[in-house]
Design a protein around this ligand. Structure first.
Ligand SMILES: *Cc1c(COP(=O)(O)O)cnc(C)c1O
Length: 432
């Protein structure tokens, strides 16, 4: 059976982010439960990256499965133009009630990249509808916003996009002042970024439609963290200048950073927020881009010309909306934010051990995310060194994917304390 699956895989499948030529040997997964994934040979792995940052309450969570099932018995999918349904409106009401107060209108799609594209297209059309032409976006170096063309254009400094460079539109980038354990001249880096912002705004303000930000932590760019005080100062400058502010909370949403949204740590709120990944608890694809009334009202008019003419076949899929409602309900029922706090404390404690026992640098953590950098390590994504390290972790029963030289942990919130402590022990053993 395993042999057959692998053979068909190599015959028919083209995997994402993968060089197939290199003796590619994917694990064949058979089942998963809570924080663990089981392969077809019965080996188990602790899912320390939440199945690429989507799975927050654990695998096969009965409350989510039940809600998907009961929606499935009513209907599975209808179009979302001319039609509406209870799961979509209940979820939108719920999201609006837990998001920053100014965010009022929910536009559904099905992945993080489309959530970002929608934010960017709406930003452009917002100014267009007001009779203004604004053609540029501002972003931060190292940001990642997805793999579609618009998202690549505001993320290309992350280095994945060389073949497409000439096809991306011209965006402006400011630097991201990263903080870590023991970094004591952070103000210098922050002031540098703030002065870059002043310059960009004074030279290009009338051209810039919006700024897109990963609030407090850059994900795929390497789990880089910045200070809340700085972030508020920065967003404050953008708000004062009148350009639209987009928060990409595709990774940070739903508890990751210690609060329900990274926005909840901040005084300054965005005009637009992008949500995806863990919105359904990691069960079905769904995304939401949520807008302030100020933006939405510019799309109201007597004719179709002002409307946002954009949509996807599976917009607001009812099964996905039902899963999302169930996932958010679990936060109340299980006091998930308390569990998150506990995980954060364990990270803090175990990272002290990491710092003592390993030769690593830039130790950092925010909420349920912990990271540090290996010294003298081949930095490239998909490097041989990275791959062999990934295999060593798997052999010890840990699912960890280094981002270049960065090792990070982003466990599902259901992980037991013992399991997290044990995982740290194993990591220290493997790396030392
Ligand atoms: C993963 C990610 C995206 C892209 O989401 P997909 O669902 O993979 O398209 C966008 N922004 C951030 C911050 C992400 O982490």
């Amino acid at each position: 059976m395993k042999k057959q699956i692998k053979k068909k895989d190599s015959l028919y499948i083209w995997h994402p982010f993968t060089q197939s030529r290199k003796s590619y040997d994917p694990l064949v997964i058979n089942s998963a439960r809570n924080e663990r994934i089981f392969d077809i040979d019965g080996n188990e792995y602790v899912d320390l990256i939440s199945s690429w940052w989507v799975n927050i309450h654990g695998h096969c969570k009965k409350e989510i499965i039940n809600e998907i099932n009961s929606q499935l018995k009513r209907f599975e999918q209808v179009m979302f133009t001319d039609f509406t349904h209870k799961p979509a409106v209940d979820l939108a009401e719920k999201l609006v009630s837990i998001l920053p107060e100014n965010l009022k209108k929910v536009f559904y799609s099905d992945n993080g990249s489309t959530a970002v594209e929608i934010a960017m297209k709406v930003a452009i059309q917002y100014w267009y509808n007001k009779g203004r032409k604004k053609k540029k976006f501002l972003s931060m170096k190292g940001n990642y916003h997805g793999d579609t063309f618009g998202a690549m254009s505001v993320g290309f400094t992350s280095g994945f996009y060389d073949p497409f460079k000439d096809f991306l539109f011209d965006s402006k980038f400011i630097s991201f002042p990263s903080i870590w354990e023991g970094k004591n001249d952070i103000e210098k880096d922050e002031d540098y970024t703030l002065s870059q912002i002043d310059r960009v705004l004074s030279e290009n303000k009338d051209e810039i439609a919006a700024v897109i930000l990963e609030p407090l932590i850059q994900g795929a760019g390497g789990m880089n963290i910045c200070r809340k005080e700085f972030f508020d100062k920065m967003v404050g400058k953008f708000k004062k200048s009148g350009i639209l502010v987009i928060f990409d909370e595709v990774m940070t949403g739903f508890g990751r950073t210690g609060k329900m949204f990274a926005s909840d740590h901040l005084v300054e709120k965005p005009d637009i927020i992008c949500l995806a990944k863990s919105i359904t608890g990691g069960y079905l694809p769904l995304a939401a881009t949520v807008f302030s009334e100020k933006i939405h009202s510019e799309f109201l008019g007597e004719n179709i010309g002002k409307a946002f003419l954009h949509g996807h076949s599976y917009s607001a899929n009812p099964l996905a909306c039902a899963a999302a409602l169930a996932s958010i309900e679990i936060f109340n029922k299980e006091k998930t934010l308390k569990k998150i706090k506990k995980i954060s404390l364990i990270h803090q404690q175990c990272l002290k051990d990491v710092s003592k026992k390993l030769n690593v640098s830039k130790i950092r953590h925010l909420g349920t995310i912990a990271a540090f950098d290996l010294m003298n390590f081949d930095k490239g994504y998909g490097s041989d060194e990275g791959n062999s390290l990934k295999k060593k972790f798997l052999k010890e029963g840990l699912l960890i994917r280094p981002l270049g030289q960065t090792i990070y942990l982003m466990p599902p919130y259901c992980i037991s304390e013992d399991c997290l402590y044990e995982s740290y022990e194993k990591i220290i053993k493997i790396l030392s």
